[in-house]
Design a protein around this ligand. Sequence first.
Ligand SMILES: [Mg+2]
Length: 190
Amino acid sequence: MNLREFSKANLDRCESPGGFNHPLESWTTSDWFTAVVGGLGEAANIAKKINRVRDGIPGNAETPVQLRLELARELADTFIYLDLLAQSVGVDLSDIVPKVFDAKSETIGYEAKLEAEHQFMRSEKVAHVPKLLTTGDLPSFEDCGKAKEENRASKLQNFIWQNEPSSEAESNAFRFQLVGLINEQICSCS
Ligand SMILES: [Mg+2]
């Protein structure tokens, strides 16, 4: 499983009625930040206990092995929330992390780049992109008369990053079709 597939599964479980039944946009950016920082705080608390082991300070109820496992779990919890926070603001970590990593490598003159692997990560989704989009492919704005603009924007951003082809030509065609369909949908709403 790559990071893009994980993000999709993470969003599906968060929003699905059989999962957390928690629409991403029902929490503000501050709410998601609180979840991320809360998870990181739990991880830091385990690190504190591991430091106690290192320094021979009493107070831990867990064994050092248990603490290692708990640290791993809390870091994973934090990452899961970080991914949801990113998605809630329309950021695709699988797209931006390799780019930011490579940009820093460039700055410090480090030669190895992630770009090749990054292209591979994105190439997998091309096969799933419909050649021609229809209004049925779009996220629904069922209560479009009342829906808040930011909810629509967030739904659209998620749709784009889950479906946009990786090649520039295909991506341009995809966006061109999307604009047409959005116009159609807005007209049928009003
Ligand atoms: Mg936790």
